[in-house]
Write a protein that binds this ligand. Sequence first.
Ligand code: ZN
Ligand code: FE
Length: 255
Amino acid sequence: MPLEIVTIPCRTDNYAFLLHSDETGETAVIDAPDAPPILAELKRRNWQLSEIWLTHHHYDHVDGTAELKDATGARVVGASADADRLPPLNLAMDDAGTFQFAGSAVHVFDVSGHTVGHIAFHVPDVPALFTGDSLMALGCGRVFEGTPEQMWNSLSKLAALPGDTIVCSGHEYSANNAKFAATIEKDNPRLAARIQAITDARAADQATVPTLLSEENATNPFLRANLPALKAAVGMQNASDAAVFGEIRARKDAF
Ligand code: ZN
Ligand code: FE
């Protein structure tokens, strides 16, 4: 029985995700922006919450943790490196660590950059990747605490996973990300098609998350800073991949 993914809109533009096994009855929620919509979805499906996996310490990803834990007794999993800023953890994970959920392995990657101590959860059995505010649909999180080099290295780790990986990221930012991506890569037909698909989905009030990693690799400018065409597009033919990433990120910050 495969694990099932459910996307839950929270707050203004956040997403939480449920990962559920019908076989074992276990359910994890990835990020806890706000408890009520998550509890309502669990109730609607008659699922019991067993785990809360936190990607990073920002309030819009952790604020529902205490209420969810009180209501369900779920164990809280997060980065050992950021344990002092996260809600109390029952399981503290290091970079490259693995734990088990419903008979499947869950791999933890340190993806510092947006924050230092940000992690992503990779479940190869699905295959799914929960990225929080690191890799996002057609974008990436702002580099608040780390360096562009750190963020580039983090994104590069994720980009190397299998192309059929389902990327579950933390916000509905795709419409704005699409407008920005169009300013970087003007002649990428897959990007043009994706921008149209995002425009159509948002006009119909549909979520544009999750996405596929192969699609991100083909269209997301923040994963493509190593390509000669992207370097030329920003006038940095001879610069390092990380420097080109930093330039694209700086342009997005000012967009
Ligand atoms: Zn954040
Ligand atoms: Fe966020």
